[in-house]
Design a protein around this ligand. Structure first.
Ligand SMILES: [Mg+2]
Length: 236
């Protein structure tokens, strides 16, 4: 212990990590449900943060999951897409899991794909209409902000899976808006931001990335290119 520092308190349930857990119970000599029961009774994780990966589903598994507060259940092998989707559903919800407490299963992922919300920050009405048309066609819910300041207000009140950001806008431009979004997010969150600009110059791309954007698209944007970006940053 360094001088001047108070002795550290023993860890408590409150200090426990709130990240998801993928139990690997065999090394403990317990099955997954037994481990989940210990996690629940000892409050090792926040409620609704446990996902079960099982080598085979058995009758009654769903009921046991609900009893133990397990948020999701997948049989192995789970695909990377399934894992990513289950994790994002669990981690996006304040209490973990589905808002109505439903167990997330492969069936639920398939039958009820999540609506992805996109914020389109663009001052030109023609560009707004073109981009919105393509995004809706690809199955995304679109909100529009006409400049960076409007975008900051929207982001402060609701959450989005992806932001498309024009660079040149009145009031507050895309680069300044992005810097402010990243400042507010800190290390707690990272909403993907993709620049959509008329200027495909390399230095503009660098400027966008330096401000904290994740990618850059040159206008006019083609549907296939847009689809590719959506698949990368906010897959449905
Ligand atoms: Mg503009």
């Amino acid at each position: 212990m360094r001088p001047g520092l108070p002795p550290s308190a023993p860890p408590t349930a409150r200090d426990a990590p709130s990240t998801s857990s993928l139990p690997t119970p065999s090394c403990l000599g317990l099955d997954g449900f037994e481990v989940a029961a210990v996690i629940a009774s000892e409050q090792i994780l926040s409620p609704g943060r446990v996902l079960m990966l099982s080598s085979g589903g058995r009758r009654g598994d769903a009921a046991r999951c609900r009893e133990l507060g397990i948020a999701g259940f997948l049989t192995k092998p789970a695909t990377p897409t399934e894992l990513r989707e289950v994790l994002s559903r669990v981690l996006d919800a304040p209490e973990g899991g589905e808002p109505n407490g439903e167990l997330i299963t492969r069936y639920l992922l398939k039958e009820r794909p999540r609506t992805r919300r996109v914020l389109l920050v663009e001052d030109n009405v023609v560009n707004q209409a073109v981009a919105e048309g393509m995004l809706v066609k690809l199955g995304y819910e679109v909100c529009i902000a006409e400049n960076g300041e409007e975008a900051l207000a929207r982001i402060g009140a609701e959450s989005f899976d992806l932001i498309f950001m024009d660079v040149q806008m009145p009031v507050l431009d895309g680069v300044a808006a992005t810097r402010e979004i990243r400042r507010r997010e800190g290390s707690a969150r990272h909403t993907p931001i993709v620049a959509m600009t008329a200027n495909a110059m390399a230095d503009e791309r660098e400027q966008c990335l330096a401000a904290g954007m994740d990618d850059h698209l040159a206008k006019p944007v083609r549907l296939a290119v847009l689809q590719d970006v959506l698949q990368r940053y906010a897959p449905r």
